[in-house]
Design a protein around this ligand. Structure first.
Ligand code: 4AD
Length: 456
């Protein structure tokens, strides 16, 4: 359908005094004595384009003033002191009628209310801005890695191993409820793959396979977690960017993570100015200044052991007790980044018992070369590590954890055939979007959130 984007009508001064055709949905409408006005939005910009309807020239426009109605309007672009430009309508076609029960009315709806209609909420300014930022951020991540010669790898979503070694996988099966199998092994043997399979919690293990061949790689796709975490930061299906780098140690991993985050945020600030101004105004005053500040300074770095000391000294009553060896909870992560460092901070060298089997074992015998990036307001957005490159050490740790080595034979081969120091990290894409938009619930930065007890 030939038409001009509303974004272009606002931006392209050459269109003034010419006739254009625009399409969009009616966001607001007003009817006065001689003229009527409809504000049209086509999703290409946050701005609504005012359509001026001269009642003497056009009749039968009542339907065109109903909220949510889809229109095609042809008319002259004219300058307007109030709106920059508007259109004097010469012809209006109704593309799709919209009855009065349309749930998006003129007033500002709460995010909770909008969550009940994921199929319509994209038509609000908030979700228009969120999803444009999300799109620009995704492109920025790709361009960051592509311009540095990383290979983009699509790792499998259905997997026979559980990367993190923890039982948080969704099972993939073609066999429904059934009592005819002798035992669990018999059941899996008869299933589609002839063995137990699940949705991948991370592409890392296969990412390591790729990095051991092509040096620098990244993945960017969905990961699935069946953990029962009904929090504002967890979804069961999230988008995960996982670079993996050969010939790299923990400090290299940290340097890449910091540079990538800063570069991506810079690009969002540059390319999404009106969206970021919108978030600054409606969601977090001072957001843009905070992000500018973030990218112009070094991120903080402290070890887990130092973080525990800081938390113990804190003049705050935490819900979860702090002891060396405990997992850091969101309240702890936020205290470290918001109150102590007042900026993004890498926490390194966690106790091995609370981290995954594959992390490089430190010389102290107690900690591993892990790193999490904590940011104010959100907590952890990145988790990564240097990987254990020694076959013997890795096997010993897997045995200590009672893992089935047969499931990891490919992974172990990487340590047998030319093993090298390597590492990488996983960025939770939705967590990044929460951080840059100031939106505090992960359900509001993904098209269709999947959470415990909720799917549509
Ligand atoms: O810390 P995680 O579990 O690390 C891994 O999966 C590693 N294999 C990554 C690697 O080294 N390649 O997850 C990485 C990030 C977290 O920091 C968080 O941002 C995000 O993934 N994440 C989630 N985001 C939304 N909902 C969930 N349920 C998430 N679980 C993890």
């Amino acid at each position: 359908m030939k038409h001009t984007d509303i974004r272009a009508v606002f931006q392209d001064k050459a269109l003034i005094k010419t006739e254009v055709t625009v399409c969009g949905w009616v966001r607001t409408a007003r009817n006065s004595k001689n003229v009527a006005f409809a504000e049209l939005n086509d999703g290409t910009t946050l701005k609504h384009l005012q359509i001026v309807i001269d009642k003497e020239k056009l009749s039968d426009f009542d339907e065109a003033l109903k909220l949510g109605t889809a229109l095609r309007v042809t008319g002259e672009v004219v300058e307007s002191a109030q709106n920059g430009v508007e259109i004097n309508a010469a012809k209006i076609d109704i593309l799709g009628e919209c009855p009065a029960e349309y749930p998006l009315q003129k007033k500002r709806h709460t995010l909770e209310y909008l969550r009940t209609m994921p199929h319509l909420r994209g038509r609000t300014n908030t979700f228009n801005a969120v999803f444009r930022v999300r799109s620009v951020a995704a492109a920025a991540i790709h361009s960051y890695f592509q311009s540095r010669n990383y290979v983009y790898v699509n790792t499998p979503l259905i997997t026979g191993s559980d990367c993190e070694g923890a039982g948080e996988m969704f099972q993939v099966t073609t066999i429904g409820y059934n009592t005819e199998y002798k035992n669990e092994a018999d059941y899996y043997a008869n299933d589609f793959f002839g063995k137990r399979a699940g949705l991948s919690v991370s592409g890392q293990l296969e990412g390591e396979v790729a990095a051991m061949a092509w040096g620098k790689i990244y993945t960017f796709g969905p990961s699935f977690r069946a953990e029962n975490s009904n929090t504002p930061r967890h979804v069961a299906e999230f988008w995960h960017c996982e670079p993996e780098i050969a010939f790299a140690e923990l400090p290299d991993v940290i340097e890449i993570a910091e540079d990538m985050i800063k570069t991506v945020i810079r690009e969002i600030l540059d390319k999404c100015q009106s969206e970021m101004q919108f978030f600054d105004k409606h969601f977090e005053n001072g957001l843009i200044a905070r992000l500018e500040e973030l990218i112009s300074h070094d991120f903080g770095v402290c070890t887990y052991t130092e973080a525990i000391e800081l938390l113990k000294k804190a003049d705050v009553k935490f819900n979860y007790p702090v002891e060396w060896g405990c997992d850091l909870q969101t309240e702890h992560e936020r205290y470290i980044s918001e109150t102590v460092f007042k900026k993004a901070v890498f926490v390194t060298d966690y106790p091995k018992e609370i981290k995954s089997f594959y992390m490089k074992q430190n010389a102290d015998g107690k900690t591993v070369a892990a790193v999490d990036l904590l940011v104010p307001g959100v907590g952890e957005i990145i988790g990564g590590s240097e990987r254990e490159a020694s076959y013997d050490k890795l096997v010993a740790e897997m045995k200590r954890r009672g893992m089935n080595l047969d499931l990891y034979s490919d992974y172990l081969d990487l340590r047998r055939f030319g093993s090298v120091p390597h590492g990488g990290f996983g960025l939770g894409f939705e967590r990044l979007i929460m951080y840059v938009t100031g939106i505090s619930n992960i359900r509001d930065v993904i098209l269709y959130p999947r959470t415990v007890g909720s799917i549509r």
